[in-house]
Write a protein that binds this ligand. Structure first.
Ligand SMILES: [Cu+2]
Length: 257
C-alpha cells in the first residue's frame, strides 16, 4: 500500500519537473521570453573621458528593464543617456570625430553614423521617447550612478536590441579637465542653449545578447537561454518540493513524525 503511494508520487513529480522544460524549448524559439543583453561602456575617443561602466537590458516583448552603472564621469552634472538605434551598431572611432571650437572632439552628431539615432531616452521618470533626449532634469546626476528602470520601448528599439544593433551612449564630458561644463567646445549642435560638452558622448557600448545562461545545452538552443534558465529553476523547485513531499510520506510510513 505504502509502496504504491510512493510510486504514484514519484511519477507525478517527474511529470511536473519535465513539463515546464519542454514548454521552455518551444518558447525560446519564438523570442517571446525574456532575453538578456549586456555591454561594457567605454570612453568615447577624442573626448578626454576616463570613466567606465556596464549596461544590461532584459527584454520581454517591448518591456525593457535597463540598468546602467557608471563611474569616473564629470561630477555634479546630469548625464543624458540613450539607446541609439539604426546606425552601424558600433561605437565611434577617432576617424568619426569632428572639430568643435577649433578642437578635435566627438559631438553626438559626429557619432551618429556609428551608433545611430536616439531610440529611447533613458530618463529616470516620465517620457522616455526621443522627445526627452535632453531632458536634463530627468537624467542621472554625478560622476558615478546606478540607473535601473523598467520601461516600454518602441518596436524599432526592441527590434534593434534583438539585432545586436542597439548602442547605449552616456553623454556629458569634462573636455578641458575643469571639473564643470564649460564652453571650451562651443555650443551644442543639438541645443544651442547647452554647451557642447553637456551633450557630447562620454561612454558607449553596443548591446549584445548574453549567451552565458549557465543552462545545459540542448533545452532550447542558444536563443532564449535566460528564459529557459528561469523555467528550469522553477522546474527544479517543483522537483525539490516533490522530493521533500516524498521524504515526508516515507517518514510517516515508517512511523516517524
Ligand atoms: Cu545619446
Amino acid at each position: 500500500m505504502a509502496a504504491t503511494t510512493l510510486a504514484a508520487l514519484t511519477v507525478a513529480g517527474t511529470t511536473l519537473a519535465l513539463a515546464p522544460v519542454a514548454t521552455a524549448g518551444g518558447m525560446g524559439s519564438d523570442h517571446s521570453g525574456s532575453e538578456a543583453f549586456s555591454t561594457t561602456l567605454n570612453p568615447v575617443p577624442t573626448n578626454n573621458v576616463t570613466g567606465s561602466g556596464t549596461a544590461r537590458i532584459h527584454l520581454d516583448g517591448n518591456k525593457a528593464t535597463v540598468t546602467v552603472s557608471v563611474k569616473g564621469l564629470l561630477g555634479g552634472v546630469p548625464h543624458a543617456q540613450h539607446i541609439h538605434i539604426d546606425g552601424q551598431g558600433r561605437c565611434p572611432t577617432p576617424a568619426d570625430a569632428g572639430v568643435h571650437n577649433g578642437k578635435k572632439s566627438m559631438s553626438t552628431s559626429d557619432g551618429m553614423k556609428a551608433y545611430g539615432m536616439i531610440g529611447t531616452s533613458l530618463t529616470t521618470t516620465g517620457d522616455n521617447t526621443p522627445t526627452s533626449a535632453l531632458a536634463v532634469d530627468r537624467f542621472p546626476m554625478g560622476s558615478a550612478f546606478h540607473y535601473e528602470r523598467t520601461q516600454t520601448v518602441t518596436d524599432d528599439v526592441a527590434k534593434s536590441i534583438r539585432a545586436n544593433n542597439a548602442v547605449i551612449v552616456v553623454h556629458g564630458i569634462d573636455y578641458d579637465g575643469s571639473g564643470k561644463f564649460t564652453n571650451v567646445l562651443g555650443a551644442s549642435e543639438l541645443d544651442p542653449k547647452l554647451p557642447q560638452v553637456a551633450t557630447a558622448p562620454a561612454l558607449c557600448g553596443v548591446m549584445r545578447e548574453q549567451m552565458s545562461g549557465g543552462v545545459a545545452a540542448g533545452a532550447g538552443g542558444t536563443q532564449g537561454l535566460q528564459h529557459t534558465g528561469l523555467v528550469s529553476a522553477g522546474a527544479a523547485a517543483i522537483a525539490v518540493g516533490g522530493a521533500g513531499f516524498l521524504v515526508a510520506r516515507r517518514r510517516k510510513a515508517n512511523g516517524q513524525a
